[in-house]
Every structure is written in structure tokens, then in C-alpha cells.
Design a protein around this ligand. Sequence first.
Ligand code: S6P
Ligand code: ZN
Length: 183
Amino acid sequence: MLELDWLGGKIAGEGVLRLSRKIRDLEDVFEDHAAWASMGPDTLVYSVEWTQPTAQDTEGGLFWGVTVIEPGRVGEEFFMTRGHFHAKRDRGEYYTTAQGTGILLLMDESRSGRSEQMTSGSLHYIPGHTAHRVVNTGQDPLIFWACWPSDAGHDYGTLQREGFSHRVVAGESSPRLVPPLQL
Ligand code: S6P
Ligand code: ZN
């Protein structure tokens, strides 16, 4: 059995997998390349802990994990996840926010974008065929839990080539979507 630190964003127990993404791993993700290049390459942007109780690709299995996005910006753009479509496009996912404030960016395969506000207790259903990226717009770590199908896989290449439909940047008084989009 595994134990969750729900608000701290940690999973304890055997077989927990972990990864972290630092500034140096995210060169193609942020728009302002000069701002990116001026930052310490080892600056932590986000980390993920997750459990795979079945083999990857098992039809009908589920994975469970947590992502912690640090507060910060690259130029005007807030720290965020790389974002992806699922390799098996029809696979959906749930996110739920434990702590912090952010924006879930969603984009369908025809590049139509929308967003949902993330705040403690918010639950987000990500349908299949929908790219998803999370942006930390707050001053504290943004911690969210996720549950996704074992055979969903990750397609990072499509966004690497084509980018996301929208970006989230610091506005004068509140975060702003570019191009504008109803929050
Ligand atoms: C997996 C799920 C999350 C992300 C994590 C990091 O399907 O959506 O666990 O992997 O939030 O984001 P990314 O875009 O770097 O995988
Ligand atoms: Zn996903």
C-alpha cells in the first residue's frame, strides 16, 4: 500500500517513480528564449511522482500521480508543464488541485483552446483527443493529483512541433491569456 501526503504532493512507498523538469529541460517550451537562457539551468520548474501498478500499455489499468509546479516565471510567462496529448488519443484523464492556484490549458486536435481555473479542491476532467498543460500562476507551489489510463502514453512531439494554442503571461493585475480567452 502507498501513502499520500495530499497537501504536500508526495507519495511514499515501494515502486514510486519520480522525475523532475528543470529549466535546462524546457528550452523549447517557453517563448522568451533570452529570458530562458539567462536563468540557472538547474532551476527546478516541476516534479512528478507516480505509481504504475500495472505495466504501461495495459488496457483497463490506471496510473496515479502528483505534480508540483514551483512558482516562477520565464520572462512574462509563468512556470508550467511541458504539456502533451495522449499517444492513444481517445484516452482521458482526471486532475484535481490540492494546493495553489493555476490554469489548466486544454486544446483539441483542431487547435481550439480553452482553460479552467485551478484552485484547492477543483476537479478537472480532461477528455480524450485533448492536449493538456498546467500553469502555476500563484506565488506558492501548485500541487495537483492525476489519474490516467495505463495505456494512454504521452505524445510530446506534436506540441513540440506545433506549440499550444494559448500562453499564460503575467498581466498588470492578473494572469492574462494570449491570445485572449475567457477564463
Ligand atoms: C500524465 C499526466 C501528468 C503529467 C505531469 C507532467 O498523463 O498528465 O502526470 O505527466 O503533470 O506534465 P508533462 O506534460 O510534462 O507530462
Ligand atoms: Zn496526460
